[in-house]
Design a binder for this molecule. Structure first.
Ligand code: NAD
Ligand code: G6P
Ligand code: MN
Length: 444
């Protein structure tokens, strides 16, 4: 049966991830047919530099799809079915502050973890709430698929403010990205791997990797391999030096805690001091991404703009971020019940019975026409529970601090964060971040 055609809005369409996301939409156009694509960003200039490449690409591969670029939020959500959200409030300029300021205090400089993640969360929450309100003003039914980071904090905040809106889903592509690498090592199709996982976003563990056809758990085999083989990213999006170092730290974490396979982001909590010491405050991931992905994409867009054709220009495809976004939407749209690593509240303690009810947990689950069906995981062991409860308390205090403009809660949260821990440092970095973010948030 022919699948129905869908309308999509991309929020934060000025992201240099957008051309590859559109490549993924093209790649999957038979599985997820489009009728309309709206590109929305508050910064028109960021979209303009990519507009010709996107137009030419859509004309070539999807000429019948209605294509619209807008910086008007009152036009962005009319008559569409899905909103893909990838905004970065404050842009790369603020990402640089998130990554550099903590390093002054010997703390990790990371966009989603530690003090940088906190500052970014404080910037993201209110614009995200505003966006959801705007979408619902024009569109009661659209699925809101959010990737905006820090997804742990944004997700928790949206669940608190919109507890009855069950068409908001917060997603992360790092587990998907890791599964891609597992599959390569294990020499199986990544779509045959059915993972089991528990944690919070950027703070979790793979516990099983079932082969969908044979039922065998492949995790023991993978763990055995990783004892004497470096873990390497097998996707084009994570080949820069900092990502190679990050994947290597999975081997290091497993030397201490070999039971499960940790998400790469846990490195920032276990090896915070080492990572901070090894970081160059004048060249953080933001700089690496600017010189890498941003430059590659903007050069291609410029070439398309100059020559007004796609001659000699490749179709960019989002091997991880883009493909996953479309597969997620596809599974919902056509009730495919595909398994992903998903986030949601632990309401009624149904997912992890020995974690707080309001924890925003991340586990395996199915995506159906009714949304995310998280698989109940069961109780977790003391070590992981201890780590997760502290992290959850940090996330919760951050959300409350933002919604109440409460300085004390921010200080408490940052002190709980394992990547910080010291209240002297927590206060110093908080004050510095607050000054750098004064156009975005202020606490009393
Ligand atoms: P980017 O800075 O290149 O692009 C983000 C765009 O968002 C910019 O063009 C900016 O103008 C726009 N923007 C800012 N505020 C906005 C608002 N209020 N409404 C609409 N647009 C707004 O960022 P990027 O590095 O491509 O990342 C985009 C987002 O996706 C970030 O939040 C990033 O952390 C996130 N991300 C998440 C995952 C995940 O696993 N969840 C994976 C990849 C990227
Ligand atoms: C992974 C994470 C995302 C994060 C991204 C950063 O995909 O899951 O949450 O935004 O990495 O990538 P970048 O290339 O911008 O450093
Ligand atoms: Mn993520």
């Amino acid at each position: 049966m022919k699948r129905r055609q869908l309308g999509v809005t991309i929020v934060g369409a000025g992201s240099t991830r957008t051309p590859a996301l559109i490549g993924s939409l093209i790649n999957y156009k038979d599985r997820f047919p489009l009728r309309k694509l709206i590109l929305f960003d508050i910064d028109k200039s960021r979209m303009e530099v990519q507009e010709d490449y996107i137009r030419l690409t859509m004309e070539k591969y999807c000429p019948d799809v209605e294509l619209e670029f807008t910086d008007n939020e009152d036009e962005a959500y009319i008559d569409i079915d899905y909103v893909f959200v990838q905004m970065r409030v404050g842009g790369f300029e603020m990402r640089r502050h998130d990554e550099r300021i903590p390093l002054k205090y010997g703390l990790i400089g990371q966009e989603t973890c530690g003090p940088g993640g906190f500052a970014y969360g404080m910037r993201s929450i209110k614009p995200m709430i505003h966006m959801v309100e705007k979408i619902r003003e024009y569109n009661k039914d659209a699925w809101i698929l959010n990737y905006t980071n820090p997804a742990a904090i944004v997700g928790l905040a949206l669940a608190k403010v919109f507890p009855h809106d069950d068409k908001i889903l917060n997603m992360c592509d790092q587990p998907y990205s890791m599964i891609k690498s597992f599959a390569k090592i294990l020499d199986v199709d990544m779509y045959d791997i059915e993972p089991r996982y528990f944690g919070l976003n950027h703070f979790g563990w793979f516990t099983k990797l079932y082969h969908g056809k044979t039922g065998e758990d492949l995790l023991p085999k993978l763990k055995e391999h990783l004892v004497d083989h470096e873990f390497k990213p097998f996707n084009a999006e994570q080949r820069d030096q900092s990502w190679l170092d990050t994947y290597k730290n999975v081997n290091r974490m497993m030397k201490f805690f070999p039971e499960y396979l940790p998400n790469t982001y846990l490195q920032y909590y276990f090896f915070a001091d080492d990572i901070a010491k090894a970081s160059d405050p004048n060249f953080t991931r933001a700089d690496e991404a600017t010189r890498g992905r941003e430059k590659q994409v903007l050069d291609i867009c410029k070439q398309a703009r100059d020559q007004q054709s796609l001659d000699g220009i490749p179709l960019l495809i989002g091997e991880v971020h883009g493909n996953m976004m479309v597969e997620v939407a596809e599974s919902i749209a056509f009730d495919l019940k595909k398994v992903f690593i998903l986030m949601g509240t632990n309401k009624g303690r149904k997912i992890i019975p020995n974690m707080p009810e309001d924890a925003f947990v991340e586990v395996a689950g199915e995506l159906t026409k009714d949304g995310a069906m998280l698989y109940p995981y069961g109780e977790i062991k003391t070590f992981y529970k201890g780590l997760m409860e502290t992290q959850h308390a940090y996330e919760k205090l951050t959300v409350e601090s933002c919604l109440e403009s409460n300085y004390q809660k921010a200080l408490e949260g940052l002190t709980l964060n394992r990547a910080i821990a010291d209240p002297d440092k927590a206060k110093a970095v908080l004050d510095d971040l607050m000054e750098a973010n004064k156009d975005y948030w202020y606490l009393k």
